[in-house]
Design a protein around this ligand. Structure first.
Ligand code: NAD
Length: 494
């Protein structure tokens, strides 16, 4: 079995320490991957630093960077089938999702950023009343550490990479040690795109082993992290001795609000997708469904009937609609949430257990689950489950719906289902979340900045604002006084 190498300073590095990667669908070992030790982490940071400070990358004209970004996009498209297959075998997500969502969106992100970043980096000079002019310069931060979770390994890596590189930073990319395969293939694509050495370095390893070293190193200027609140908090701690710029994309407990005038067929279909896509392992999973009380019973009947028809299976099968969870640990956690909810008085309306479907015994499957008779303070309504489990509540009017939607420590996303557009827009303004979808769900566009508030983090990915997160703003102030003597010249009266 060949071992997936790391990618450091333009070279593929196979380490003696390796990690086995198993399929969440079958438990079988798929492949082995290299693991970075402290010296490989150090080599990656040194390479990124040198590429930025002395190598060609840091001083490359924007036009050249654009060409590289477009070449990476093309490389992703040329290798789309392999990437989709690997993503599915590594994460267990249905191949339909990898093929039609993750991989094309990753390429599209590079394309969009490539075509727009030069415009986004231009800042208008401020109008001055003083006798001086000012030029604003958008500069890269320097070395960016990009730390990525296991739920969308390639896509989230590409969101971060495209903006970081477009802005002119050099990069250390660290995928989750559970799902490093597509990021490591990306190393091959970047190598083929002929980027200058050290511009992108990709290292794999357990976060607790190498995370502190990456995040506390003074040579790293920016940390862009997507993951759990627990690890996000640790990273903030690691940087205490040497504060640096951070982008934090953390957890969520988002709500779908279904008004009585919604098209129930569409709303139930979309509520199913918004909690069961990727087995509910989405930061923007709508894990709370709030339904106007007049249609509560009807909603339950339709939702449960449809949920029972969703096809569980191995991620690799094209008919599969729900694959396995990422690991045994994750499934135990999800099961623990359901058991706890039942102890607190909630009722399982469908699912809630490990399926007994023949052929799925060795994977980490869990049935699509709806929990009813919940109260807002229950753990299942407050904490992120990160699995195919929604809790169902009801509301009496729009104020009640907004109050409940806002009643968690998170503020990542929400969706509203109604035929009253005006009402939906007004409600959206009052919802405390970085994204509100109206009569749609889950569409991410590279044009639109994305990111949450409160405990869901800070900073944006994508769009102009996502790009600017990877820059620093310099002002260059020039005297424009008519006699060439600025006011400060007269201060001491000499
Ligand atoms: P995680 O926090 O366990 O891991 C995320 C990354 O951090 C991985 O690469 C991991 O190896 C690394 N890491 C772990 N320990 C570290 C340490 N001590 N120092 C530095 N890095 C360390 O998250 P996960 O389980 O991979 O992903 C699930 C979480 O990600 C969920 O909470 C989900 O909501 C969140 N998420 C958020 C968004 C968003 O955009 N807001 C998107 C996707 C996932």
């Amino acid at each position: 079995m060949s071992v997936f190498p790391l990618f450091i300073n333009g070279e593929f590095v196979t380490t003696t320490a390796t990690n086995k990667i198993s399929s969440p669908s079958t438990g079988e070992v798929i492949t082995e991957v290299s693991i970075a030790s402290a010296s490989e982490v150090d080599a990656a940071i040194s390479a990124a630093r040198a590429a930025f400070d002395r190598g060609p990358w840091g001083s490359l004209p924007a036009e050249k960077r654009k060409t590289y970004l477009l070449n990476i996009a093309q490389g992703i498209l040329d290798n789309a089938a392999e990437l989709a297959d690997l993503e599915t075998r590594n994460t267990g997500k249905p191949i339909k999702e990898s093929t039609f969502m993750d991989i094309p969106s990753a390429a599209r992100t590079f394309e969009y950023i490539a075509h727009n970043f030069e415009n986004f980096l231009k800042d208008a000079a401020p109008k001055m009343e003083a006798e001086a002019s000012c030029r604003l310069l958008r500069e890269p931060m320097g070395v960016a550490a990009l730390i990525v979770p296991w739920n969308y390994p390639l896509l989230i890596a590409c969101w971060k990479l495209a903006s970081a590189l477009a802005a002119g930073n050099s990069v250390i990319l660290k995928p989750s040690s559970l799902t490093p395969l597509t990021a490591l293939v990306l190393g091959r694509i970047i190598h083929a795109a002929d980027l200058p050495r050290g511009a992108v370095n990709i290292i794999n390893g357990n976060g607790d082993d190498i995370g502190r070293q990456i995040c506390s190193d003074a040579r790293v200027d920016l940390i862009s992290f997507t993951g759990s609140n627990e690890v996000g908090g640790k990273i903030v701690g690691f940087t205490a001795g040497y504060p640096k710029k951070m982008i934090m994309e953390l957890g969520g407990k988002s709500a779908s609000i279904v008004m009585a005038d919604a098209d129930l067929d569409v709303a139930t279909n979309c509520c199913l997708c918004s909690i069961f896509l990727n087995q509910g392992q989405m930061c923007t999973a709508m894990s709370r469904i709030l339904v106007e009380d007049k249609i509560y019973e009807q909603f339950v009947e339709i939702f449960v009937a449809k949920a029972k028809k969703i096809k569980l299976g191995r991620g690799e099968d094209f008919e599969t609609q729900i694959g396995p969870l990422i690991s045994q640990v994750q499934r135990d956690k999800v099961m623990g949430f359901v058991e706890h909810a039942v102890k607190e008085g909630a009722k399982v309306l469908c699912g809630g257990k490990i399926p007994n479907t023949p052929g799925l015994e060795n994977g980490f499957f869990f049935e699509p689950t709806l929990i009813g008779e919940v109260t807002p303070e229950m753990k299942i309504c407050q904490e992120e489950v990160f699995g195919p489990v929604a809790c169902l509540g009801s509301f009496s009017n729009e104020e009640d719906a907004i109050r409940q939607a806002n009643n968690t420590p998170y503020a990542l996303a929400a969706s509203i289902w109604t035929s009253n557009q005006l009402l939906a827009q007004k409600m959206a303004e009052k919802i405390n979340a970085g994204t509100v979808w109206i009569n749609t769900y889950g569409m991410f566009y590279p044009e639109i900045p994305y990111g949450g508030f409160k405990q869901s983090g800070f900073g944006k990915e994508l769009g102009r604002e996502g790009l600017l997160e990877h820059t620093r703003l310099k002002n260059i102030i020039t005297d424009q006084s008519k006699d060439g003597k600025p006011l400060v010249n007269y201060w001491y009266g000499f």
